[in-house]
Design a protein around this ligand. Structure first.
Ligand code: AMP
Ligand code: MG
Length: 397
């Protein structure tokens, strides 16, 4: 069996980033992966400006001294000229008048008969944001591979860049399989279950910014599965749930074998075995186990990694975790295990409460949890022992 880390390294090695780059309006770039270094086309701010409402003068200023106030400088106006021996009324964000170098806040000024009198000393250059303090012309603001967030979008917008080069969205074909599955809204029938993995994976893929180009819920029918797999090969990535074990009804495996190749990667992980990885007519294929919690966990560790890699993202499949103490004792099994946990505060300390039934078929455990904790194999953990915890929120979920 192979460790999760080794599997991820193999996935990253095997999957190549898509080449296609497209320019999108800055507003639509959030969540997309930057394709080229983003360079500032100009200094921001373009000239020194005032940090607050007050008075601009030539510094330094000495408490008790005063100057006549001549003119006003508003934000958005071109810079006025400061005559020597005078001050100018100035507002937050306004360019410094030519000849001025210092701003004193209005709270520190007494104005009387057209003269501003300083209540305190002000050093030369105070109250001013220097030219280029935020971004410098030619500076690389963002490196390729970052997923653009709202703050980065703000930074890009501040430089006046209107179009951002990003990687094309990954196109995914999503197939769920099983004779027992009913699509949402279908009337219930004995022996059937509602397809839970399909909608869950659609939501996960949507959160990852993926374009789902094909979606089907298929019975265990070889001809149908083959036909859908052929269509699916037009996508960048094929993701399936169910039908990849070694039972008679596991026809996805047979279908993929006929159209490409499939490996069973026996991953040293619970839940998550079996995971099938292969190719359909040259398109990468990831076959997830059908049990919903296994589907979810293998999605998070492996499909996320594959998608990040296809979009050329830095640190593909990033898995932030932190040690948090368990609220109750726990024993490890024969494989590393991701258990469903929830953070609770006990006597002012954060601990992990463990969902009582960790069966991989129970969606209720996932919906209850706010993250996964990793229990190492053969561990004998006491209450209060730390384990690595990954919050769903940190994965953007
Ligand atoms: P399989 O991997 O096809 O052998 O399925 C393993 C278990 O997961 C079986 O109990 C299936 O009924 C269940 N299962 C498979 N696909 C889904 C799905 N899309 N939604 C909910 N449960 C599923
Ligand atoms: Mg099945």
């Amino acid at each position: 069996m192979e460790s999760v880390e080794r599997t991820i390294a193999r996935l990253i090695d095997w999957i190549e980033p898509l080449d296609d780059v497209e320019g999108v309006p800055v507003l639509e770039s959030v969540g997309r992966v930057l394709a080229e270094p983003l360079t500032a086309p100009r200094d921001v701010p373009i000239a020194p400006l005032s940090l607050f409402d007050g008075y601009a003068a030539a510094g330094p200023l000495v408490a008790g001294e005063s100057l006549p106030v001549v003119g006003k400088q508003f934000a958005g106006d071109p810079p006025a000229r400061l005559e020597p021996g005078t001050a100018i009324r100035i507002f937050t964000g306004a360019l410094l008048p030519e000849g001025a170098d210092t701003v004193i806040a209005q709270e520190s000024v007494a104005v009387d008969a057209g003269r501003a009198c300083w209540r305190e000393d002000v050093s030369f250059g105070a109250g001013v944001r220097a030219r280029g303090a935020d971004s410098r012309e030619g500076q690389v603001l963002l490196e390729p591979g970052v997923a653009i967030n709202a703050a980065m979008l703000g930074l890009i917008a501040s430089t006046g860049v209107a179009e951002v080069p990003v990687r094309r969205r990954v196109r995914v074909a999503l197939l769920t399989t099983g004779d027992e599955l009913l699509a949402p809204g279908e009337p219930f029938a004995p022996g059937k279950i509602y397809d839970a993995n399909g909608p869950m994976l659609e939501a996960l893929l949507a959160a990852a910014g993926v374009e789902i180009v094909q979606r089907a819920c298929l019975p265990d029918d070889r001809d149908l599965i083959d036909a859908r797999l052929r269509e699916a090969a037009a996508a960048d990535l094929i993701v399936t749930s169910g039908g990849v074990s070694v039972g008679e009804a596991d026809l996805v495996r047979a279908g993929v074998e006929a159209l490409g190749r499939i490996d069973h990667w026996r991953i040293f992980l619970k839940p998550g075995k079996p995971l099938a990885i292969g190719e359909v007519l040259g398109t990468p294929f990831l076959g997830l186990p059908g049990n919903p919690v296994s589907t979810f966990v293998t999605y998070l560790r492996f499909v996320r990694t594959a998608i990040d890699r296809l979009t050329g993202r830095d640190n593909p499949g990033a898995w932030p975790s932190q040690p948090v103490p368990l609220a109750s004792p726990r024993r490890g099994g024969d494989r590393p295990e991701y258990i469903r946990v929830r953070r609770v505060e006990v006597d002012g300390r954060v601990q992990l409460e463990v969902y009582p039934d960790q069966n991989s078929g129970l969606l209720s455990s996932l919906a209850w949890a706010d993250g996964l904790a990793l229990i190492p194999p053969d561990a004998r953990l006491a209450a209060g022992d730390p384990v690595e915890f990954t919050a769903f929120k940190e994965l953007g979920l």
